[in-house]
Write a new protein. Structure first.
Length: 489
């Protein structure tokens, strides 16, 4: 019996070291960034068995065999749909600014999605304004409503949107709603899905979570996009989930969430609709590619929608070209000549982004980062703080917003060109989740974003390097600990 125990012990140690060696070899072969590889090695070293299991479940970008196969088969038809837009009259690369041209060329190469001009954009930044606007547009819908969100949380004005959806479906409008299974768990446990389905609304869960799926797909992949498309004519996207902040996470002690949404009218709307159609097909296998944008209309003298924003739609996520939004972010920072203003709730930059920010400050660019003073993620809060000293020393200005959990995700370059959408400046958004960003080349829209960001700065505390260096030793220790694992957050 003793020999059997010895054999089992030796076999267990052998299997453990075999798994450890296999994971180490995998990290080398995959050529992950040094920070990511080092962090995984630390996890496995400090938590041997747990670390190995964690890597098997979360260490690789497994979309799942069914979704991966389906996505691969979708490349050609969707690629052809986007490619046809290069012949559209509103594809006017000759009108692009220097900022837009480089990003557009990058997206041409990586995504095959053209930028389109002739769009009317409205920046909305109050919860009541956003939710009431969505409700009104759904009430006026005649043919279709498409919605994709990470979180739909019942309560307040969010319920008004739900009632508008039911009413639209009952009068014959085709309604499709795709919600992330984890983010919208509260919604799926409420009476709303049953009521909607009874009215004819099609609802699907994206990336369902269950113990059985963990062996076939990475569990922490999330649908983080926020999209509303009405009649293929009006669209919304931005940072706001379908929630009324007065009824959402009030017990977290971080205040109400502060968000923005962009309301679009123009040829970019069908592109957003096609991104939503991609997500729907990946989950349901049902293809519902929308009609491409029509020919531009000649505006009348009293047309209140006269605006000519050039918009580049940039989706990212598993099954799509890797790191495309990360590359767009880097390109934007490298091109900045005078000023950079970034708003993000979760700031855990990659090594390349950190270097780009410090380099920009070193060459005289006024670099500003606006983050919430209080954060709902303890790990992100401490990991974020670990970058402050290096950034402040380089001359980067860090503003901590006092008016709630600032959830807006935006980048403004030289007060002329901006990125706005769903992407946080952390590894999860840049490398894992299904995300969406708009690159907007329009000085008028950029000015509206600049004014909003300035309002955030006016209600924020600006950190000072000397004062920051006097923080307690225990805080530095916690920061350095979380810094080691920041590439995995």
């Amino acid at each position: 019996m003793e020999n059997v125990h010895q054999i089992l012990a030796i076999a267990g140690v052998f299997i453990y070291w075999l798994l450890l060696g296999a994971i180490a070899l995998r990290l080398v072969v995959k050529r992950r960034t040094i920070g990511v590889s080092f962090s995984w090695i630390l996890v496995i070293y400090f938590l041997p068995l747990v670390g190995i299991i964690a890597y098997i479940l979360f260490g690789e970008l497994h979309l799942g065999q069914t979704r991966a196969t389906r996505s691969k088969a979708m490349f050609k038809p969707y690629g052809q749909w986007f490619a046809a837009l290069y012949q559209h009259p509103q594809h006017t690369p000759e009108r692009q600014s220097d900022h837009a041209r480089a990003i557009s060329q990058l997206c041409d190469t990586q995504l095959g999605i053209p930028s389109l001009s002739g769009n009317h954009l409205c920046l909305q930044h109050t919860p009541s304004g956003i939710l009431n606007s969505i409700t009104q547009d759904i009430d006026a819908a005649r043919e279709s409503v498409v919605m994709a969100f990470y979180i739909w949380h019942p309560g307040g004005l969010a319920d008004e949107v739900a009632r508008a959806v039911i009413n639209a479906s009952e009068r014959g409008v085709a309604v499709k709603i795709l919600l992330d299974a984890a983010g919208s768990r509260t919604f799926f446990n409420s009476p709303w899905p049953t009521q909607m389905r009874a009215a004819g609304v099609e609802i699907s869960q994206a990336l369902s979570v269950s113990p059985l799926r963990m062996f076939f797909r990475r569990l922490d992949l999330r649908l983080h996009r926020k999209i509303v498309v009405i009649d293929n004519q009006i669209a919304y996207t931005g940072s706001m989930n379908l929630v009324d902040p007065k009824y959402f996470k009030q017990s977290e002690g971080v205040g109400q969430w502060i968000d923005v949404m962009v309301r679009l009218i123009g040829p970019a709307v069908p592109l957003l609709n096609t991104v939503a159609a991609w997500d729907w097909e990946v989950e349901t296998s049902e293809r519902c590619l929308p009609e491409p944008p029509g020919l531009p209309q000649v505006p009348t003298e009293d047309d209140s929608l006269v605006q000519d924003s050039l918009v580049q739609v940039i989706p990212s996520g598993p099954g799509m070209p890797e790191e495309v939004i990360h590359q767009v972010l880097l390109q934007s920072l490298y091109q900045a000549c005078r000023k950079i203003v970034i708003t993000t709730p979760y700031f855990v930059p990659s090594e390349n982004l950190l270097d780009a920010l410090i380099t920009a400050a070193a060459r005289g660019v006024d670099v500003n980062i606006i983050i919430p003073q209080k954060n709902d993620s303890t790990m992100v809060k401490w990991a974020s703080r670990s970058f402050f000293a290096e950034l402040l020393k380089a001359g980067v200005k860090i503003h901590r917003f006092r008016g709630g959990l600032l959830h807006t995700k935006s980048v403004l370059i030289d007060d002329e060109h901006c990125l706005i959408g769903t992407v946080n400046m952390d590894m999860r958004s840049l490398w894992l989740n299904f995300e969406l960003t708009l690159a907007v080349d329009d000085k008028v829209f950029a000015e509206s974003l600049r004014a909003l960001q300035q309002g955030y700065i006016d209600n924020a505390e600006q950190l000072e390097y000397k004062r920051w260096q006097r923080r307690p030793l225990y805080q530095r220790v916690i920061e350095h600990l979380f810094y080691l694992f920041s590439p995995l957050l």
